[in-house]
Design a protein around this ligand. Structure first.
Ligand code: F6R
Length: 612
C-alpha cells in the first residue's frame, strides 16, 4: 500500500523517481506526487496515476539531484490532490512521504492545532511532518533528530522519507511495519518500498528493520540508528533480481505475462528441492524444524486472500498425506480472536509479498505464545521472511500484476513438497505412492504449458460471458479452493460478482440464484469426488444454469452436460489445483480485458496490504 522512492546522487533525480514510481504503482494508484530539492524545495502532486503526474509536470521545474516520490493507496482522506503525498510542514521547509497508518494521529493533530498548526489535508501523514517541524523549531535539533523524537510519539506503521530545505544533501528514511529498502551505488543512494526501482542501478541493498532510521547524505556513508538512538551497522546484501523479471517482455499486461510464466515459476519453486533422480524431497529453509513439524500436534496455516486459498489446498495436502491436523485461518480473524496456541503447534504463514500486515500480526501472536512459526514467502528479505523462525521461498520471481497468479501456483507447489516431505518422514504414505506423486509433480510444468496453449478457446468462452453480472464457481475436495480462487480472480479484475462455493453446499442456499442467466463454473476433473459433482451439475442444468466445466482430457460425461468445457491434462488428484487454476486465471483475464478493465491495477486494490 503506497509506493515510496527517493534518490540522492550525481544524476538528475526526476527520471529515476518517475521510473521508480511506475514500478511501484502496483502498490497503489489513487494519486501521485514528487518532491525535488536544489535551492528550493518543490512539491508537485495530483490525483490519479503516475502518468497523470507526468502530464501535470510538463513545463514545470523538475531539476534537482535529490528528491522523493510517492504513489498512494488512500487510507485517511479521499484520493484527491490535497491528500496526495508529499506533504509539507507549515513553514514549507520540510516534506514527507509516508506508507502506513499513524494510529494516534487525531490526538497528535489536536495537540498540534492548539500549538497553532493549520492542517490542509485529511491525512494522518500531515500530522507527522508538522510534529517534526515543531520539534526542529522548539528543540533546535537537526532534522534527523527531530524525526527520531517524533517517531517516539507515533503509534502505528510507517515507512517515511523526509527532505528538508535546510539540509539539501540529506535524505532521512525510517520504517516500522511497512517495507523499505536502501540501494547503495557509487556516490549515490536509492530508497524504495521494494527493490524494483533500483535494480538497474545497484545490487547492493540494505533492508531496513523496524524502528530504524537511515541518515543518507550525499557522498557520505549511510548511517543507521534506532528510534532509541542506538547505532546499527548497515547489513549490505546482494540483490537477486533482474530487469527482465520486472518488465512486461512483450505481453500486454503483467498479469498475462505472469500467467504464462507459470511453467517456469512452478519449476523454479521445486528446483533443488524435488530430486527426481534420488526420489527425495528436501527443503533447506526448514531443515532445522523438520522434527518439530513431524511431532506437531497441529499445524495452523495463516494467510490472506489468494495466499489463504493456497493455504486451504495446503491444509488438504498435509492432512491427506502426512496425517497432521491442520487449521487454515484468515490472518485478520486469527490475530483478534484469542486463539488457543501451544508450543507444540507449528504456524505456517503464507504470503506473496511478505508484507501483509495481518499475517505479520498473526506471526507475532504465534511467536508470543511459543509456537514455531515458519513462512512461505515470495519476496526475499521481506518482513514476514525475516519475522519467522524459518521458511521456504517460493522463487516465483517478482509478481507485479495486482491479482496474484504465479505466486499462487508456486505456493501450492511448495506446500505439496512440504506435505510429501512430512509424509515420507512420517511413513504415512506407501513408498510407491510417494514416488508416483513425485513423478507426477515433476510433469506439472509441461502440463501447464499445454493448458496455456488453449488460450484461444478460453478467450472464446470469455467473449460469450463478458457481460454477465453474476457467476458461481463450484468444486469439491481439492477443487473447492480452486473454485474460491477462480471466483476471486474474476471479481477482483472484472468487477463481476462471483461466488466460490463447495459444489455440494450449493443446494443449501445458492441454488436459489440459478436461472438461465447464471453462468456456473464447475471444476469437475475426473479424480476425486467425480460422480457427486456430476449430480451437482445435473442440479444446475435442471434449473437452466449455464455450465462452463473444467474437465479432464478425454472425459465424455461432463463434456456432454456442459455448455462449454476446457480440458486439462490428467494428473494425481492432489495435484489438480496446480492445473485447474490456470484456465480460470485466463478466463478472468480475458473477460476483464474485454470489459475494458485495468487488469494490472484493479480499482481499490493494492498489491501489498500493509495496513489492517
Ligand atoms: C488476490 C491477491 C490478494 C493477496 C492478499 C495476500 O489476487 O493478490 O488476495 O493474495 O492480499 O497477499 P500476500 O500473499 O502478499 O500476503
Amino acid at each position: 500500500m503506497c509506493g515510496i522512492v527517493a534518490y540522492v546522487g550525481p544524476r538528475d533525480a526526476y527520471p529515476i523517481l518517475m521510473k521508480g514510481l511506475h514500478r511501484l504503482e502496483y502498490r497503489g494508484y489513487d494519486s501521485a506526487g514528487i518532491c525535488l530539492l536544489n535551492h528550493d524545495i518543490r512539491v508537485f502532486k495530483c490525483k490519479g496515476k503516475v502518468s497523470d503526474l507526468e502530464e501535470y509536470l510538463v513545463g514545470k521545474d523538475i531539476s534537482g539531484t535529490i528528491g522523493m516520490a510517492h504513489t498512494r493507496w488512500a487510507t485517511h482522506g479521499e484520493p484527491n490532490q490535497i491528500n496526495a503525498h508529499p506533504h509539507f510542514s507549515q513553514n514549507k521547509k520540510v516534506a514527507i512521504i509516508h506508507n502506513g497508518i499513524i494510529e494516534n494521529y487525531s490526538v497528535l493533530r489536536s495537540e498540534l492545532k492548539k500549538r497553532g498548526f493549520h492542517f490542509t489535508s485529511e491525512t494522518d501523514t500531515e500530522v507527522l511532518v508538522h510534529l517534526i517541524e515543531d520539534i526542529m523549531t522548539n528543540e533546535k535539533v537537526p532534522v534527523e533528530e527531530a524525526v527520531r523524537i517524533a517517531l517516539n510519539q507515533v503509534v502505528g506503521a510507517y515507512a517515511i522519507v523526509i527532505l528538508a530545505k535546510d539540509y539539501p544533501d540529506k535524505i532521512i528514511a525510517a520504517r516500522k511495519g511497512s517495507p523499505m529498502v536502501i540501494g547503495i551505488g557509487k556516490d549515490e543512494f536509492f530508497v524504495a518500498s521494494d527493490a524494483t526501482p533500483l535494480v538497474e542501478y545497484t545490487d547492493n541493498v540494505v533492508y531496513m528493520n523496524d524502528e530504524e532510521i537511515a541518515i543518507i547524505e550525499r557522498k557520505a556513508k549511510l548511517k543507521i540508528k534506532t528510534i532509541r538512538n542506538k547505532d546499527h551497522t548497515p547489513y549490505i546484501q546482494k540483490l537477486v533480481m533482474s530487469l527482465n523479471e520486472i518488465e512486461k517482455g512483450g505481453f500486454d499486461h503483467f498479469m498475462l505475462k505472469e500467467i504464462y510464466e507459470q511453467p517456469r515459476s512452478i519449476r523454479d519453486s521445486m528446483r533443488g528441492r524435488l530430486h527426481i533422480d534420488q526420489g527425495i524431497v528436501t527443503l533447506g529453509g526448514i531443515q532445522n524444524y523438520e522434527q518439530k513439524l513431524i511431532n506437531a500436534k497441529r499445524i495452523i496455516i495463516t494467510a490472506c486472500g489468494t495466499s489463504w486459498h493456497a493455504g486451504l489446498v495446503g491444509g488438504y495436502l498435509i492432512e491427506d498425506l502426512a496425517r497432521i491436523p491442520v487449521e487454515v485461518e484468515y490472518s485478520s480473524e486469527f490475530r483478534y480472536r484469542n486463539p488457543v496456541i501451544s508450543e507444540e503447534d507449528v504456524i505456517l504463514a503464507i504470503s506473496q509479498s511478505g508484507e501483509t500486515a495481518d499475517t505479520l500480526a498473526a506471526i507475532e501472536l504465534g511467536k508470543a505464545k511459543g509456537a514455531t512459526v515458519l513462512g512461505i514467502c515470495n519476496v526475499v528479505g521481506s518482513s514476514i521472511a525475516r519475522a519467522t523462525h524459518g521458511g521456504v521461498y517460493t522463487h516465483a520471481g517478482p509478481e507485479i500484476g495486482v491479482a496474484s497468479t504465479k505466486a499462487f501456483t508456486a505456493q501450492v507447489a511448495v506446500l505439496t513438497l512440504l506435505s510429501l516431505l512430512l509424509a515420507e518422514k512420517k511413513g504415512t504414505i506407501p513408498k510407491s505412492q510417494f514416488q508416483k506423486i513425485l513423478l507426477a509433480l515433476n510433469a506439472i510444468p509441461e502440463k501447464v504449458d499445454r493448458i496455456l496453449k488453449m488460450s484461444e478457446k478460453i478467450r472464446d468462452i470469455a467473449n460469450i460471458y463478458k457481460d454477465v453480472k453474476n457467476s458461481i464457481y463450484l468444486g469439491r475436495g481439492y477443487n473447492f479452493p480452486v473454485a474460491l480462487e477462480g471466483a476471486l480472480k474474476l471479481k477482483e479484475i472484472s468487477y463481476i460478482h462471483a461466488e466460490g462455493y463447495p459444489a455440494a453446499e450449493m443446494k443449501h442456499g445458492p441454488i436459489a440464484l440459478i436461472d438461465e442467466h447464471m453462468p456456473v463454473v464447475f471444476i469437475a476433473t475426473r479424480r476425486g469426488i467425480y460422480n457427486k459433482v456430476i449430480s451437482n451439475i445435473e442440479e444446475v442444468k435442471a434449473r437452466k444454469g449455464k455450465i462452463i466445466a473444467i474437465v479432464t482430457e478425454g472425459d465424455e460425461t461432463v463434456k456432454k452436460l456442459a455448455d462449454h468445457y476446457i480440458e486439462i491434462p490428467d494428473t494425481e488428484e492432489i495435484l489438480v489445483p496446480l492445473l485447474a487454476t490456470i484456465p480460470l486465471q485466463l478466463l478472468s483475464y480475458y473477460i476483464a480485458v474485454m470489459r475494458g478493465c485495468n487488469v494490472d491495477q484493479p480499482r481499490n486494490l493494492a498489491k501489498s496490504v500493509t495496513v489492517e
